[in-house]
Design a protein around this ligand. Structure first.
Ligand code: SAH
Length: 226
């Protein structure tokens, strides 16, 4: 069961935004290898259409990334599910930092399965819209900040888990420094044409165990604020 379920009123919708559409998406994610039932349940119970423009509502439960303005995208549901599953695999992290709030969808998925989410976005307008969605969904365990996420969120560090939803050539040092010694970090790394989702786990001695999880395609991790 979810730690923080959304209110049932959040799930109203008809046709392409109905519960049936979400159920179909959840089934598809299972077929495509997502194993963690907590993650499947959260995707099934999160109204993705609230995170995109009305003109795209008919595509909200397709397994694709979609534009959210400012040249950015809401991630593909399979990628959101895989990243969330990868963060939960060794136990539920208490404090999670997300870099790249975007629409707020990934943060809302996380906020239903972990106690506390911190999320940083460099484009103020996107953050404003995401905050409105957090409020409307009644989630009080997400803190958000308008800043360059390459700096992490030093005042709140360390984090048990960190997720980057934009891709750079490498994980910024400041971000890695804010991971707890046995924490888990999941991020896309590489160029737009050659990106890999990686997971790093602290071994408690200051070293990391690194794994490649999947080939992915994310928008770039930029510097400064927008
Ligand atoms: N997690 C988002 C995905 C958004 S796309 C969702 O569920 O919708 C990636 C986001 O990362 C974009 O909104 C982009 O503006 C943001 N981003 C890119 N570089 C960043 C940086 N240095 N700091 C903070 N946010 C950044």
């Amino acid at each position: 069961m979810n730690v923080h379920p959304l209110p049932p009123s959040a799930l109203k919708g008809e046709g392409m935004t109905s519960q049936r559409a979400r159920d179909r998406l959840a089934t598809k994610l299972k077929e495509e290898g997502i194993r963690d039932q907590r993650v499947i349940d959260v995707i099934r119970n999160t109204p993705r259409h609230h995170f995109i423009d009305q003109a795209l509502h008919s595509r909200a439960y397709e397994n694709t990334a979609l534009p959210i303005g400012h040249g950015q995208t809401i991630s593909q549901p399979w990628v959101v599910a895989r990243m969330t599953e990868a963060l939960l695999e060794f136990g539920v992290p208490q404090k999670v930092l997300e870099i790249g709030t975007g629409s707020g969808y990934q943060a809302v998925v996380l906020a239903q399965v972990v106690p506390q989410v911190y999320t940083v976005e460099r484009i103020e307008e996107l953050l404003r819209q995401a905050r409105r969605r957090f409020r409307q969904l009644g989630l009080t365990n997400i803190r958000s900040r308008h800043d360059d996420g390459k700096l992490g969120w030093p005042d709140e560090a360390p984090f048990d888990a960190i997720i980057l939803t934009a891709a750079g050539d490498a994980i910024p040092h400041a971000v890695l420094d804010q991971l707890s010694p046995t924490g888990v970090l999941v991020a896309p790394v590489g160029s737009p044409s050659n990106q890999m989702l990686i997971r790093m786990r602290g071994d408690g001695q200051g070293d990391f165990i690194q794994e490649e999880l999947a080939a992915v395609s994310f928008v770039p991790l930029l510097g400064g604020i927008g």
